[in-house]
Design a protein around this ligand. Structure first.
Ligand code: ZN
Ligand code: ZN
Length: 167
């Protein structure tokens, strides 16, 4: 589900993801391990949306160097979320992860045909959100908007196919 061409500009952060995670581990009394280090590198290579199985597909296989068991991947992803490095959300019954640390707040368009997530930022949306919250006396801590539909690529292909069907 790579979409680096549609990623937003990363934010400047004072600590690297590794340093930030080390702080988290210290506060929890957990040990840094080579597996955790390796997984941070693998996850922070590029901004992406992925589920655990898609990540596991990209990682070394059993018997190869840097192999990490699926159970460890699942557990470490939860640690990354807990540490504020990743965000997770439910989509079509899957848990989708994406980089959060050093990455700006944004919303998504979700193509139900190719499962691509397209990111966008909208000031208008933010001001509607804040206005609604103010009206209700509500203090906002965050929001998630996922607009579902068909992306332009899949739309084109469908039109092409329809034309072919008509011939
Ligand atoms: Zn699509
Ligand atoms: Zn995103």
């Amino acid at each position: 589900m790579s979409n680096s061409s549609e990623s937003l500009e990363p934010l400047r952060v004072s600590l690297s993801p590794q340093e930030r995670f080390e702080e988290y581990l210290q506060t929890r009394g957990l040990r840094q391990t080579n597996q955790r280090k390796f997984l941070i590198e693998a996850v922070f290579e590029e901004h992406d949306h992925f589920d655990a199985d898609e990540l596991i597909d990209r990682l070394p296989r059993r018997g190869e160097q840097n192999y990490v068991s699926s159970a460890t991947v699942y557990r470490t992803l939860r640690e990354f979320v807990d540490a504020g490095l990743l965000k997770s959300f439910q989509l079509d019954g899957r848990t989708v992860y994406e980089l959060d640390y050093g990455y700006p707040q944004h919303d998504h368009l979700y193509c139900t045909a190719c499962r691509k997530l397209i990111e966008f930022q909208s000031d208008a949306l933010m001001s509607i959100r804040d206005q609604v919250a103010t009206e209700k006396g509500f203090r906002v801590s965050g929001h998630r908007m996922i607009i579902q539909g068909i992306c332009s690529n899949c739309g084109k292909q469908r039109r092409k196919k329809r034309k072919q069907d008509l011939v």
